[in-house]
Design a binder for this molecule. Structure first.
Ligand code: FAD
Length: 347
């Protein structure tokens, strides 16, 4: 019989990754999640790419975060007997003259070129994808099937009695952590964007963005890479494609995509894809983004029994294994947290 001591609220990528790290250290925990059908982690495309954004910059600490993420997910695949992560190149098609100008600069930078795969011939089949400005192929990119990873992890932890479905009220834990009659030494809030509504963390400057991904089918020939120009097209290997994303910084109702945002995504898709396509569905979630910060972790400034792991933004798959380890080492070994990531230091 396990006696949980750390309560993890939220079973998204943040909470699930943290749970694995505690499990691997033999530390008792209970993860409680509402089990909603669509959350940020469940709808995420799970993409990882070293070169990102309009300016084609190197993703924050990719050289450290990617090997750790890869090792983490491969280890879980080996233990659960499933495949979650597919390392596939990304064909990055330059969207306009500005992007071409950025690329001219970036190709002088060895730290960027470490992630560029030399190619010969046309980058993509131009009867399928429109590519007037050229582009390049990114290596060490890929995608995690987040829904499959979360589902398999959940089943594993449920069998061990460390996973429970439920809603944890946020107006508690002032002096101690007691939930459903069980006492814990620590609670870690991995509640995603909704932490902005919690009384303990309503001072954290969240600026979260809703996003939508479409499921489509289209004949894209033999293309198996992620193709990206203004929007990405992700072949899942089962004949279906995912297309995304939208960014909605203002949204009235969470998990409900605005028709304008979806229409904008479709416009980008039509500009990229020359072939007819059929939309089969869409999924919407809210990315937890903290203004001016990559993410924040650590203990609440006045209540040490309350901890926080949040702000994974649009790169949760890449960041979660590394950042969850930083938090575990802090909570268990009292290792200091880097100033820029420390929750208490940003109070
Ligand atoms: C459209 C879209 C596309 C994306 N694409 C990518 C991508 O390609 N690559 C990438 O790395 N990232 C991507 N992301 C971002 C990624 O999804 C996030 O970084 C990540 O999911 C955040 O995980 P989280 O665990 O912090 O939050 P969440 O996934 O929101 O998890 C929080 C969990 O806490 C639970 N919860 C909240 N409050 C309570 C409570 N009171 N009691 C119990 N449970 C509670 C929720 O039900 C939820 O399960 C995308 C996001 C979206 C929306």
């Amino acid at each position: 019989m396990i006696s949980p001591r750390i309560l993890i609220i939220g079973g998204g990528i943040a909470g699930t990754t943290l749970a694995w790290l505690l499990h691997d250290r033999g530390l008792p925990f209970l993860i409680v999640d509402r089990d909603e059908p669509a959350t940020s982690s469940k709808v995420a495309a799970g993409l990882l790419s070293p070169i990102t954004g309009i300016r084609l910059t190197l993703s924050w600490r990719y050289e450290t975060l990617y090997p750790e993420a890869l090792a983490f997910y491969r280890d879980k695949e080996a233990r659960l007997g499933l495949t979650f992560y597919r390392e596939v190149p990304t064909a990055l098609l330059l969207r306009d003259d500005k992007a071409v100008a950025f690329w001219q600069k970036r190709r002088e930078q060895p730290e960027i070129m470490n992630y560029v795969q030399p190619t010969s011939g046309p980058l993509v089949n131009e009867s399928v994808f429109d590519n007037p400005n050229g582009g390049f192929e990114i290596k060490h990119s890929g995608w995690l099937d987040t829904a499959a990873f979360l589902q398999a992890s959940r089943q594993y932890f449920q069998q061990l009695g460390c996973w429970q479905t439920g809603h944890v009220g946020m107006d508690q834990f002032d002096r101690e952590v007691i939930w459903q009659g069980q006492t814990f030494t620590q609670v870690v809030f991995c509640t995603g964007w909704e932490a902005a509504k919690h009384p303990w963390f309503d001072w954290v400057p969240f600026q979260s963005a809703q996003g939508t991904v479409l499921q489509i089918s289209a004949d894209i020939g033999s293309e198996a890479r992620i193709v990206n120009r203004s929007c990405w097209v992700l072949p899942r290997g089962d004949g279906t494609l995912r297309v995304g994303p939208t960014y909605e910084w203002q949204f009235q109702e969470a998990y409900t995509a605005s028709p304008a945002a979806v229409a904008g995504l479709e416009t980008k898709l039509r500009e990229l894809l020359k072939r007819p396509y059929q939309i089969h569905g869409s999924q919407t979630g809210v990315r937890p983004i903290i203004r001016g910060r990559q993410l924040l972790i650590g203990r609440h400034p006045t209540r040490a029994h309350l901890a926080f792991l949040n702000g994974l933004g649009s790169k949760g798959v890449l960041r979660a294994p590394w950042v969850a380890r930083q938090l575990v080492e802090h909570l268990i070994e009292s290792k200091p947290i880097e100033a820029e990531l420390d929750l208490a230091g940003n109070f």
